[in-house]
Design a binder for this molecule. Structure first.
Ligand code: URA
Length: 236
């Protein structure tokens, strides 16, 4: 018989996961320390370290990317490389203070393939995304944001289903999965904007991202009735 899920409403964290221990202690710090020891998939073997989310425990907005990139893998923090710089600019333009948000990824270890001396991003597969899910569920459970912003197809499809198309459905607010859960919204991944073929396309995509972020921020601050919050503010 599988071990029971750690007892918290709305979470799917199986009792045998390291994430379940962090949930029992309701601690992001415990989770951050445990993520390096995660062997739920094979990605740990080639990564420098696990990269846990960063931000305010009291954040109303949680931004969820795909996986750490080369620079994030080395720094141990999400979105600190080129995609992070684009995200920072878009957040500022949307009137969002990154320091007030919580930024993370669906997969916590960097998946890469070699190209000469460079480590190039390699998209995580469905099994790797599934194996990492308890960590994201834990972050959502402890932070309890009002809105989850899913950056790009990997995050959107992990949380909203494989038929979700970011280019078509971006910017729509999607009802929470459970009454106390966050609203969801998907938008473009900053890396997709960096890869745009023309400056015009890049500007257009960036405008989309900024508009979606602004709408998400507005939804995150609109009253939706009381949402239970846990624990002290342990900003990282
Ligand atoms: N891309 C992501 O999805 N996440 C990061 O942290 C960096 C780049």
């Amino acid at each position: 018989m599988p071990p029971p899920a750690a007892s918290t409403v709305g979470t799917r964290i199986p009792g045998d996961q390291p994430a379940a221990r962090a949930l029992e202690q309701r601690s992001l710090d415990v989770a951050r320390a445990a993520i390096d020891g995660c062997r739920a998939c094979d990605l740990w073997a080639r990564a420098t370290q696990g990269v846990f989310g960063k931000g305010r425990r009291s954040a109303r907005l949680m931004l969820v990317g795909e996986q750490p990139g080369d620079q994030e893998d080395l720094a141990g923090e999400p979105f600190v490389g080129p995609a992070g710089r684009l995200l920072d600019g878009a957040l500022a333009e949307a009137g969002i203070d990154r320091e007030q948000a919580f930024v993370t990824n669906v997969v916590k270890h960097f998946k890469w393939r070699a190209s000469g001396k460079r480590r190039l991003h390699d998209r995580p597969n469905r099994e790797q995304v599934r194996a990492c899910r308890p960590w994201l569920d834990l972050e959502v459970e402890l932070v309890r944001p009002e809105v989850l912003v899913l950056l790009g197809a990997t995050a959107a499809q992990a949380l909203l289903g494989t038929s979700f198309r970011v280019t078509v459905h971006h910017g729509r607010l999607i009802e929470p999965e459970t009454p106390s859960g966050p609203l969801r919204m998907a938008t473009l991944h900053p890396s997709a904007i960096l890869r745009a073929r023309t400056p015009e396309a890049r500007d257009e995509m960036r405008r989309m991202l900024v508009g979606d972020l602004a709408a998400a921020a507005q939804a995150a601050t609109s009253p939706r009735g009381p949402v239970p919050r846990a624990g002290p503010d342990d900003r990282r």
